[in-house]
Design a protein around this ligand. Structure first.
Ligand code: PRP
Length: 184
């Protein structure tokens, strides 16, 4: 699928993880998370915008728990392919998390800057439990020591798009995860 924009060279997207594999893995993750938080009546599932919006929508529908959903928008990449290593909070949570069980849902952990910044900020608010579920993990890119309690897929160092993840704000609506390739 060649993609082009006035400012970007055209690129193609090769499928890396099918929609079917994602759905199966989301079900497994939800089962484990349900077991972990069994008995809670105060779970807040926090999606990191914008990349996690598809994942969180699928994940919460598979959780057999009473949940509240809240969102936080952090940005470190902007429209670039490289992390700026400086995380900006563009939108904070709407609700309080003090004394609550919190599950942070992230689309991808790359350098780890975004997640570690967000976790530090949320921990300071005194949640009773604070856990992380990330769909994708690129451990080879890690610069900050942070690990999700649940990870969907460990992937190599490829630039990926789809299932909520963008390249310069495009391709978030692909149903699968694809890798971006620039033909010679
Ligand atoms: C992307 C992605 C993660 C973060 C991971 O967000 O959604 O939140 O980068 O990178 P890191 O581990 O190197 O910090 P981005 O800043 O592109 O915003 P978006 O979610 O709105 O696409």
């Amino acid at each position: 699928m060649p993609q082009a924009s006035p400012t970007r060279p055209s690129y193609v997207i090769d499928e890396m993880i099918s929609a079917k594999s994602i759905a199966a893995r989301v079900e497994e993750l939800a089962r484990e998370i349900t077991r972990h938080f069994e008995g809670t009546d105060k779970l807040v599932v926090v999606g990191l915008l914008r990349g996690s919006f598809v994942f969180i929508a699928d994940l919460v529908r598979e959780l057999d728990l009473p949940v509240e959903v809240d969102f936080l928008e952090a940005s470190s990449y902007g429209d670039r392919m490289e992390s700026a290593r400086e995380v900006r909070i563009l939108k904070d949570l709407t609700g309080e998390i003090s004394g609550r069980d919190v599950l942070v849902v992230e689309d991808i952990v790359d350098t780890g800057f975004t997640l570690s910044h967000v976790i530090r900020m949320l921990r300071a608010r005194g949640p009773s439990r604070l856990e992380i579920c990330a769909l994708l993990d690129k451990p080879s890119r890690r610069e900050v020591d942070i690990k999700a309690g649940w990870t969907g897929f460990v992937i190599p160092d490829e630039f990926v798009v789809g299932y909520g993840i963008d390249y310069a704000q495009r391709n978030r609506n692909l149903p699968h995860i694809g890798k971006v390739r620039f033909p010679e």
